[in-house]
Ligand binder design. Sequence first.
Ligand SMILES: Nc1nc2c(c(=O)[nH]1)N[C@H]1C(S)=C(S)[C@@H](COP(=O)(O)O)O[C@H]1N2
Ligand SMILES: [Mo]
Length: 502
Amino acid sequence: MGLLQTAFLVAVSYVGWKTAGLPFVPFDLFDWAARVLPGSVVTVAIEWLIAIALALHAGNISTAAKVAEQLIAVTGQLAIGSVAASLLFAGLSYSDEPAVLPGGVLGAILGLFAILVELQVNKVSSQSMVNLAWVAGTFVTWGIALGWMSDRLNRVKSRQTDGRRQFFKRLVLVTGLPSLLTALWGYALEGRRVSAPGARWSDDHPLPNDGARVTPLVGTRPELTRLENHYRIDIDTRAPVIDINQWHLTIGGLIERPTAMTLSELRREEPLHQFVTLSCISNPVGGDLIGTTRWTGVSLRRLVGQWGVQPRATHMRITSADGFFETVALDLIERDPRVMLTYAWDGLPLLAEHGFPLRIYIPDVYGMKQPKWIVGIDFIDRWEPGYWVQRGWDREGRMLATSAIDVVAIEPKPGAPDGRKEVVAGGIAHAGARGISKVEARVDDGEWREAQVRDPVSETTWIVWRADLAAPDGDHTISVRCSEADGTPQPGAFHNKRIKLS
Ligand SMILES: Nc1nc2c(c(=O)[nH]1)N[C@H]1C(S)=C(S)[C@@H](COP(=O)(O)O)O[C@H]1N2
Ligand SMILES: [Mo]
């Protein structure tokens, strides 16, 4: 009874969210837990999510992980509701008093907790009475309904056993069925893949390395990632929704005059276009939490020059709409004009999931250091740990060299002298903004063979490689490794692919 009733509560809450933008407690509760749990716990949870997504052979790790998060969030609320209802029923079994009042009290307690969570994750402000009343109202109604059902069941039970079955049938019809239909509706709604409208830069421009000598092996991931296929990682179950008419970038702290900039003002500054490979520090070897596109924005060096920053300032603290934050050293900005505030990817305004309207680009570091959905910049006189650094992650977040096999093609060469077959492997390699000097591939424990490396799109993107190998019939493992421009070999495990020749 508790499970069905909680499922109904979740369904009603979902409909409220989708039709009227009201808070959806299960997700907000999950986002809150992700913030308050110790960093080590969250880190292990993330590793598990990625491992599960990999084990399921999900085509897209980040989408699978996000769906898993959402499932866990809903399951979590169902569990909390069921357990709370069971405790209520257990308590009620000692008395003959009507259960409506205790049920309502239980609903009110849970509702109050939900409201505190909503206020903490900043999904609703204390001013938005409608949202708060909605959360409280749905929970209290849930509790009252539980009590009422418990009373009814007791009355039915005392009369006849057949009535009990009738009661549960009706309960399933009234709460279970609508919940199931809502779930199906949600499945259809969320599963729909909307492609972003508008002309993309890549629709009608060749890449800068168009004439490069080495051609990618068919099956290698595209050099430029389609926006819809770019991985997406962030701390919340949903991307924050930003109303561009309300949004502006506030610039404060140690500057002469605190100021603000709108998106159109930023767009009027001289634009900078850069081809960028962004990677998540959690990308598994050979994984797809890495993508390349054309970023457009304004160099922060230009902006900082205009803002009149006090000499005392050494860092900027960037804050995001979702509560994420990071500090950037001003001497890095001074040294590297590529550090920029980005408002477009592949010629389109940033997609909602990728940080609309504004995100930063910092060459050579993982995504964990690069806030999306930026709302504020504050100049400060010291370094401060960012969101993930506070949770024990690497301070620098410098991208490590990595190489991956995307595809292995077997080209049977009948009559080759030693009966070996030609095997061609292809993939990508990346070492932040430091460049790749060499990619090597091998069969089993054989000799490393140097791969052909295609000129990259830019000095900050991955490179595409292909390697000609050969092997006799049987099962084999193909491996790849790379070296940075200065010769430093890639750290960590090599990416492998199993093949069978026959
Ligand atoms: N505001 C905000 N910015 C964020 C994050 C976040 O959770 N919130 N996640 C970071 C991490 S860990 C990564 S890997 C990149 C991913 O960017 P993408 O989703 O556009 O690929 O965003 C970074 N910026
Ligand atoms: Mo990340």
